[in-house]
Design a protein around this ligand. Structure first.
Ligand code: SAH
Length: 217
């Protein structure tokens, strides 16, 4: 990925972030390289750009946040755990940062976001960064993206209270849904679709925004 705005966002600052992710247990070199090479400052307002390489969530408008780099790295690592997925559905693409990371590591990324303002901005960023394997659409991710499925991995940055059946049904057998589940208390879960149903693995406690129904124009 082209490296924009070297200076404020020097390689050293980015290396420090990568080092922090290593200390927190991220081991995938592919993921660490993608974090190092992706201009996170590009996904936030200019006024926040100087904080883009801190391991913290940042506001992106419309009451939403760009996830903390650690959790983006963790979910991406989980997405790659069974080899390189050909097709990934991302729900709640927000700023598009997680999408940009995924686009470097998987075949095709289909992304949905329910807030139009965020979709418009993210689309512009994808064009500028020349991400060619990303399709983004304004839609309610609770319904998945039926026409483009089935997917090898579905990854969500918004938390439903329960695992949505519609999403499980859009996975290939052996495919995995990686998402936060819950209300006040949330767990990051990996739900694997099996021949007969699904198997759930709880990864760790997390805090995400809720998955809300409908779109906001
Ligand atoms: N990974 C994103 C995180 C954004 S926060 C980033 O890097 O910026 C989660 C996003 O999920 C928000 O933008 C929110 O609008 C979106 N969201 C919540 N419910 C949704 C739904 N039902 N369908 C699609 N997107 C949803």
């Amino acid at each position: 990925m082209n490296r924009q705005g070297i200076g404020m966002t020097s390689m050293r600052t980015r290396q420090r972030l990568v080092q922090r992710l290593v200390e927190q247990g991220i081991t995938s070199l592919a993921v660490l390289d993608a974090v190092r090479d992706t201009p996170r400052h590009f996904f936030v307002d200019e006024a926040l750009a100087h904080r883009a390489y801190e391991d913290t969530a940042l506001p992106i408008g419309w009451n939403q946040t760009l996830s903390q780099p650690y959790i983006v790295a963790r979910m991406t690592e989980l997405a790659l755990a069974q080899g390189t997925p050909a097709k990934v559905l991302e729900i709640g693409s927000g700023s598009g940062y997680q999408t940009a990371i995924l686009s470097q590591l998987v075949g095709e990324v289909y992304a949905v976001e329910r807030i139009k303002g965020l979709v418009d901005r993210a689309r512009k960023r994808f064009r500028e960064l020349r991400l060619r394997n990303v399709q983004l659409r304004l839609a309610d991710g609770l319904a998945g993206w039926q026409d483009k499925g089935p997917f090898d991995v579905i990854l969500s940055a918004a938390a439903p209270e329960q695992v949505p059946l519609a999403l499980l049904e859009q996975l290939v057998v052996g495919g995995r849904l990686i998402l936060p589940v819950g209300d006040q208390r949330q767990d990051l879960q990996v739900v694997t679709r099996t021949e007969s149903g699904a198997e759930t693995e709880v990864v760790e406690a997390v805090k995400f925004v809720p998955m809300l129904p409908g779109v906001q124009r």
